[in-house]
Design a binder for this molecule. Structure first.
Ligand SMILES: *Cc1c(COP(=O)(O)O)cnc(C)c1O
Length: 213
């Protein structure tokens, strides 16, 4: 990986032994998209693993991850952010979060629009949340081989990121992560300014179900 880009190894569907092999080779950041699966793996694997939650998070599952999660990439509503804040307070942690922005053409993708993003960041509820720290943005490009479309979407997210940083985080250096790029599009994402790529099948091989399933 280029300097300044962190690799999150997406280990979803793969067993703990596979993660341990990558761990023994030096990898520490792993991404999971299902809460239960991440908790089960956390329980049996070395405690210095950084667990990244990259999939959609339901509010009723937040309390299961806040004791140990390193970064939640997929915060897509104020309600979810406030739930994380409330549960993090109970365990006396401050949880780093990324706000997920919708950039793909597909309707089904989770994520905030630019206006929803600004409404969240401008709200008093967010201003009063002391146990969450928004450290950046996350996005997924359209699932297509048309790399011009993918590039345009990543560049759009980069622009939103720069805008948000100057508008809402000018006084701090903590807003600095841009999580974009997966196995098939991470070089395009890095060229567009990604600081964190989430790569699964390129490291661990194919999964038994479609990645966007
Ligand atoms: C599964 C997944 C990835 C990794 O996908 P690959 O194509 O296997 O690299 C990245 N991000 C999210 C949100 C995922 O669900």
């Amino acid at each position: 990986m280029p300097r300044g880009v962190q690799l999150v190894a997406v280990s979803k569907t793969h067993p703990a032994e596979t993660i341990l092999e990558a761990y023994n080779a030096g990898q520490r950041a792993f991404g999971e998209n299902k809460v239960q699966e991440m908790v089960s793996k956390f329980e049996v694997l070395p405690k210095d693993i950084e667990w990244h939650l990259i999939g959609h998070l339901q509010t009723n599952k937040v309390k299961l991850v806040v004791p140990f999660v390193r970064l939640i990439h997929s915060v897509d509503s104020l309600r979810l952010l406030l739930t994380i804040d409330k549960e993090a307070q109970k365990v006396n942690r401050v949880i780093d979060c990324l706000l997920q922005v919708h950039i793909a053409r597909e309707e089904t993708k989770f994520g905030l629009s630019s206006s929803e993003l600004e409404a969240l960041l401008g709200s008093t509820e967010y201003a009063n949340a002391r146990h969450v720290r928004v450290v950046g943005l996350m996005g997924m490009a359209s699932f297509t081989d048309d790399m011009e479309t993918v590039q345009a979407e990543f560049q759009q997210l980069r622009q939103i990121f720069e805008h948000v940083r100057t508008q809402y985080f000018a006084q701090t250096a903590t807003f600095r992560e841009l999580s974009m790029g997966m196995s098939h599009d991470y070089p395009v994402a890095i060229a567009a300014g990604s600081t964190m790529v989430r790569v699964g099948s390129k490291i661990f091989g194919q999964r038994n179900y479609p990645p966007r399933g």
